[in-house]
Design a protein around this ligand. Structure first.
Ligand SMILES: *[C@@H]1O[C@H](CO)[C@@H](O)[C@H](O)[C@H]1NC(C)=O
Ligand SMILES: *[C@@H]1O[C@H](CO)[C@@H](O)[C@H](O)[C@H]1NC(C)=O
Ligand SMILES: *[C@@H]1O[C@H](CO)[C@@H](O)[C@H](O)[C@H]1NC(C)=O
Ligand SMILES: *[C@@H]1O[C@H](CO)[C@@H](O)[C@H](O)[C@H]1NC(C)=O
Ligand SMILES: *[C@@H]1O[C@H](CO)[C@@H](O)[C@H](O)[C@H]1NC(C)=O
Ligand SMILES: *[C@@H]1O[C@H](CO)[C@@H](O)[C@H](O)[C@H]1NC(C)=O
Length: 555
């Protein structure tokens, strides 16, 4: 079991002088990346369009890390607009400075660079990074981020032959700037133009295999939905998938013939090449939509050039199927792993809830234009990042705490209040968050800085008596949860990661138009045990630009 502050301490007894004892504290390994972010032209749907490339690649390069690695990414912004990357699902314990959201970081100006330094502390699993500014995610700039278990930590399945990352997502053929202009003018985005799998539709002439499998061997596929609007169903012709990990939790290993992957979610599955040697299609298709958009990706068996069957397996229909699948995902309580909050919320079912925060998403308007909201307010970003306003003690010049209540207004207003939405939480409180969706579209919510126990999703409206249906034993600890139409979802977590953390709709249009907010968790101690200091290499922005740095946190 992973534990906080685990470091290898080596005692070296120097033989020459028996009285000298030297303690060497080995630091966790570093991995370094230099990333050039530029525009490039791609034509995944047959029409040339502007995309965001990282070192010339779309999707961007994979980060392959191991638990507790220090990851250093020097990002050069070669775009003509500000840029930030966020590390979806990485908890950044004590370190919201590296979260890369507009509420925590000054965006990297065009032509400049910024270095992210973060540790993938006590985490394992499959994640991704993405550009968090404006509509940039609709142009690329995203890629896979995996955290392998350390060598000494047993993994609850045999080492796969290889490890493949599959980025699926719906896609628009217009540039992110055009999409942003539509939204700024008050118009909705409408339906996407296609679905991509690792940057391709699979409809290209001479489709090349994305992956190769050796007959008889087992492979790990990590599938993330980095799309813009839709839940996708993922399946592989004739092959079953054994789910082993979801967003950082090792699961009870059930076998599925298809998986619903909602926006922002990542699943790891094992696939064995135990069928007739030939080609097989992976399929990702839109769910809960009147239209049917899909992408395919080819897997070939080594040594065989035989083509795949053109007959694609069908997706399930309706969302009841999807809800049942959610309920079948369980945490493997006996698997050893780097656990989130090992001592704290592991027995999460026995901890008393100290605060319930219930939020209702809605569509409305502000200043006559389309906006999306939470409990009647629609978030707006500030020029001075919220975290900096707090750190420099100038909050009152930038935002007000608790602009929304812990419970939604009885009737959701059509007019949404435009404001930065920040709710403060008491450090280490055990909190229940209920997401209620009164709308007809599926919602997907993500919380930065944490993983939470996804204890229930049910149709209808939430009330306290629904708690009796919570899974208080082996719910998955994850960072993203879907909420079906006219349904609710509940999650439990300990607010033990001090910082400023974004809670957001993964639907890009909703995120861009205000369906997001921040939790501020301040440790009263102002101690380095609870939160790191602002990195000294940081460039500041907004009203704190010329302010003297406050006294640093101390031990
Ligand atoms: C990034 O761009 C700079 C200048 O254009 C170039 O010197 C450098 O090699 C590039 N780095 C990578 C990793 O592509
Ligand atoms: C990723 O890292 C692991 C552990 O260091 C290593 O075994 C594996 O070969 C790496 N995979 C890739 C694709 O680099
Ligand atoms: C920008 O890149 C240079 C060259 O690699 C590096 O020395 C410097 O620290 C970087 N600046 C920031 C703010 O990360
Ligand atoms: C859970 O993990 C243990 C330990 O690695 C493993 O032996 C067991 O098969 C797993 N259980 C299930 C139901 O997947
Ligand atoms: C939880 O609340 C109940 C009822 O108020 C109380 O009896 C119990 O001691 C509390 N448990 C913990 C662990 O605080
Ligand atoms: C949250 O903010 C309110 C209003 O500013 C303040 O009264 C309260 O003490 C704060 N609570 C915490 C836990 O920081």
């Amino acid at each position: 079991m992973g534990s906080h502050g685990e470091k290898v301490s080596v005692l070296l007894l120097l033989c020459l002088s028996a009285v000298t004892i030297v303690v060497v504290k080995a630091e966790d390994p570093y991995i370094f990346f230099d990333w050039n972010v530029t525009y490039g032209t791609i034509s995944p749907l047959g029409v040339p369009q502007q995309a965001i490339l990282i070192n010339g690649e779309f999707p961007g390069p994979n980060i392959n890390s191991t638990t507790n690695n220090n990851v250093v990414v020097n990002v050069f912004n070669g775009l003509d607009e500000p840029f930030l990357l966020s590390w979806n699902g990485i908890q950044h314990r004590k370190n919201s400075w590296q979260d890369g959201m507009l509420g925590t970081n000054c965006p990297i100006p065009p032509g400049q660079n910024f270095t992210y330094h973060f540790q993938v502390k006590d985490q394992i699993g499959s994640y991704f990074y993405f550009p968090s500014t404006g509509m940039q995610k609709a142009a690329g700039g995203f890629g896979g981020l995996r955290v392998n278990s350390r060598l000494l930590i047993p993994v609850p399945f045999a080492d796969p032959e290889d490890d493949y990352t599959v980025m699926i997502g719906d896609w628009y053929s217009k540039s992110h700037k055009v999409l942003a202009k539509y939204l700024d003018s008050g118009r909705a985005l409408g339906k996407p133009d296609g679905v991509l799998m690792n940057g391709k539709t699979g409809k290209e002439k001479d489709q090349k295999p994305l992956f190769t499998m050796k007959p008889g061997k087992t492979y790990r596929y990590r599938i993330c939905n980095i799309g813009i609007k839709n839940s996708l169903n993922f399946r592989i012709q004739d092959h079953l998938m054994k789910v082993v990990e979801i967003e950082g939790s090792h699961t009870v290993q059930n076998v599925y013939d298809s998986l619903d992957i909602h926006l922002g979610q990542c699943y790891s599955v094992l696939v064995t090449a135990n069928k007739q040697p030939k080609g097989y299609y992976m399929v990702a298709s839109t769910r809960f939509t009147k239209y049917q958009l899909y992408a395919t990706g080819l897997i070939s068996y080594e040594g065989s050039k035989a083509p795949p069957s053109p007959k694609l397996p069908a997706a399930p229909t309706g969302w009841a199927w999807s809800l049942n699948q959610f309920r079948s995902f369980r945490w493997n309580l006996t698997a050893s792993a780097a656990r989130p909050n090992p001592q704290g919320s592991y027995h999460y079912g026995m901890i008393n809830i100290t605060r319930t925060f219930k939020i209702v998403n809605s569509v409305g308007t502000a200043n006559g234009k389309l906006r999306y909201g939470i409990n009647g307010a629609s978030h707006t970003d500030t020029e001075t990042p919220l975290k900096l306003a707090e750190y420099f003690n100038v909050v009152e010049k930038v935002f007000k705490y608790n602009g929304i209540q812990d419970t939604p207004p009885k009737k959701t207003p059509a007019q949404l209040k435009l404001q930065p939405v920040v709710v403060n939480q008491t450090f280490r409180n055990f909190v229940e968050i209920v997401f209620e969706n009164h709308e007809k579209s599926v919602q997907s919510w993500h919380l930065d800085g944490y993983s939470f126990f996804a204890v229930a999703i049910e149709p209808g409206r939430w009330s306290p008596d629904r708690r009796k249906n919570y899974n208080l034993l082996d719910a998955l600890s994850k960072h993203t949860i879907q909420v079906y139409p006219k349904s609710w979802a509940a999650v439990l977590l300990t607010m033990d990661n001090a910082g400023m953390w974004n809670l957001r709709a993964n639907t890009l249009e909703r995120f861009y138009l205000g369906q997001q907010m921040y939790f501020s968790i301040l440790s009263p101690a102002r101690s380095l045990r609870d939160e790191y200091n602002i990195p000294d290499y940081w460039k500041l922005c907004g009203i704190v630009n010329d302010l003297p740095k406050p006294p640093p946190y101390t031990i």
